[in-house]
Design a binder for this molecule. Structure first.
Ligand SMILES: [Zn+2]
Length: 55
């Protein structure tokens, strides 16, 4: 298996945590943080093309 290239982390090292999906280091804490890394976040957004439902 090949590992896709990942962009460098641009956040302070003390805001780095593990991605909830792939366990790779990502920006998990502080301002602009996300529980998913940019790679997983992109995949999730690709799967959210349908209109969001409320409720
Ligand atoms: Zn990830």
């Amino acid at each position: 298996m090949t590992t896709p290239a990942r962009p460098p982390l641009l956040c302070p090292s003390d805001q780095v945590g593990r991605c909830a999906r792939c366990q790779q280091p990502c920006h998990r804490y502080g301002a602009g943080a996300n529980p998913l890394c940019t790679v997983c976040l992109a995949k999730v957004r690709e799967g959210q093309q349908k209109p969001a439902r409320t409720g």
